[in-house]
Design a protein. Structure first.
Length: 207
């Protein structure tokens, strides 16, 4: 019944809240796990991935607050989500630069194992959020966040394999940089989407 699009508004809103709460809890938990693993493993890739999941948890929290609110509030919520993601993406690039200068010895086993766990979690969340990818701007933002996470997880796994095979930290630096750039790209996409929605709402607001 849920796939026919004929739910009552209050039922649909309840489903959205439930999905976002689950996604929020899963991403917050994995942000903590990934952050600790990244610190222990000296992996910029894992740290970047953890920051990405933390930004997701923030986005889900904002989306939960936006449900049932006005279109203007939802657009502002998406703008805030995109801004947070942009800041975190830049922060990741700064951390990569710091590690390259001062050195690091990433542990490939931790990278691969933690990224695999994150991939499982993000795949589940992405499937749950799939109906929202064509929805309102604040909900579309949450789907984009999770899609970025899946790509990042795959990248960290590949980097971990290369670190093990080459016995060099450079693949970790590369994936950390790529995740940072990808996060920035997703943030810009969300901000552009929100801006276009804001322009579309402008005539209504004037009226």
């Amino acid at each position: 019944m849920s796939e026919c699009g004929c739910e009552a508004p209050e039922v649909k809103t309840g489903l959205e809240r439930r999905v976002l709460r689950i996604a929020l809890l899963l991403n917050a938990a994995m942000a903590v796990v990934g952050g600790l693993a990244g610190w222990i493993a000296q992996s910029t890739g894992l740290l970047a991935d953890a920051l990405d999941m933390l930004s997701d948890a923030t986005a889900y929290a904002i989306a939960l607050m936006a449900i049932g609110r006005s279109a203007v509030f939802k657009t502002r919520a998406a703008t805030l989500s995109g801004s947070i993601l942009l800041i975190l993406g830049v922060g990741v690039l700064v951390e990569v630069g710091r590690r390259m200068i001062y050195g690091a010895e990433p542990l490939s086993e931790w990278m691969i194992g933690t990224a695999l766990l994150s991939l499982v979690v993000n795949s589940v969340v992405l499937r749950m959020l799939a109906p929202m990818k064509s929805g309102e701007v604040h909900l579309r933002a949450t789907w984009l966040f999770t899609r970025a996470d899946v790509v990042a997880n795959l990248g960290v796994i590949l980097a971990g394999v290369l670190v093990f095979a080459l016995d060099k930290p450079h693949p970790d630096f590369v994936i950390g940089t790529l995740i940072g750039l990808y996060v920035i790209k997703e943030a810009i996409e969300i901000l552009r989407d929100a801006r276009s929605k804001e322009r579309a709402q402008a005539p209504d607001c004037k009226g």
